[in-house]
Design a protein around this ligand. Structure first.
Ligand SMILES: [Zn+2]
Length: 229
């Protein structure tokens, strides 16, 4: 947007920081400078044996894994994820995907990755929500890195059981084998980056990775906006 147009828009409809609520300056997007600086970054992109990568040890081989920042219960950054996931703030998801990619590029995190694949939402869930938040985050990463986005080839095969009230093992079982790579996919033989909004137990990401590898993908890496702490 042209600067003067944004200035006029800001005057009538002030944009506010999605974390602290302060009115944004014209060069700030979604988050104020202070909240971008204060973001509890994981620095996983510079640590191959990080806590997220360890979630998959002994389950599925993952080349690289990173989350942009930590979210703790009740933290403002957790509310940020909630806004992206349930309050329609998909553009904010894309913006943070871009910012994450910009920072992780300096660590060569995306080297050798051929395609970016968002974790698919089940059809009915996406219909209800109107969008897939992971796809918007993945779009931001694709935009920044120039790596092509591939949607519609990794598909969700059954409705994922609500994860809110279940134990870790139940959640793992509930999401297992819920994904499938369509036959003759262009992803076969490639290195795929799987993108999701958050990682908690890693069950969903592991199920996606298993499905991709079983379908002929050569290598998988993973990136999420946030990691539970
Ligand atoms: Zn702020």
């Amino acid at each position: 947007m042209r600067r003067w147009l944004r200035d006029i828009a800001d005057f009538f409809f002030p944009r506010t920081c999605r974390v602290c609520g302060r009115v944004l300056l014209h060069h700030e997007e979604f988050l104020c400078m202070q909240c971008m600086l204060d973001m509890p970054r994981t620095a996983f992109d510079s640590a191959p044996d990080n806590a997220m990568a360890q979630l998959f040890y002994g389950k599925v081989y993952v080349e690289r894994a990173m989350a942009y920042f930590y979210f703790a219960k009740g933290s403002d950054y957790r509310r940020l994820i909630h806004r992206i996931k349930y309050n329609g703030e998909k553009e904010c998801g894309r913006y943070l995907g871009m910012m994450m990619a910009r920072e992780a590029c300096t660590q060569h995190f995306f080297d050798g990755i051929d395609f970016i694949v968002p974790v698919p939402l089940h059809y009915f869930k996406e219909l209800k929500r109107g969008y897939n938040q992971s796809e918007w985050i993945a779009q931001g990463i694709a935009q920044e890195t120039g790596i092509p986005l591939c949607t519609g080839e990794l598909v969700s095969r059954r409705h994922r059981v609500s994860q809110t009230h279940k134990g870790i093992y139940d959640r793992y079982l509930a999401t297992r084998e819920a994904f499938e790579l369509l036959p003759d996919s262009e992803l076969v033989g490639s290195h795929v980056l799987i993108v999701d909004d958050v990682v908690t137990t890693g069950a969903t990401l592991a199920a996606c990775a298993e499905a991709l590898l079983a379908g002929g993908v050569r290598q998988v890496s993973m990136a999420t906006l946030a990691a539970a702490k």
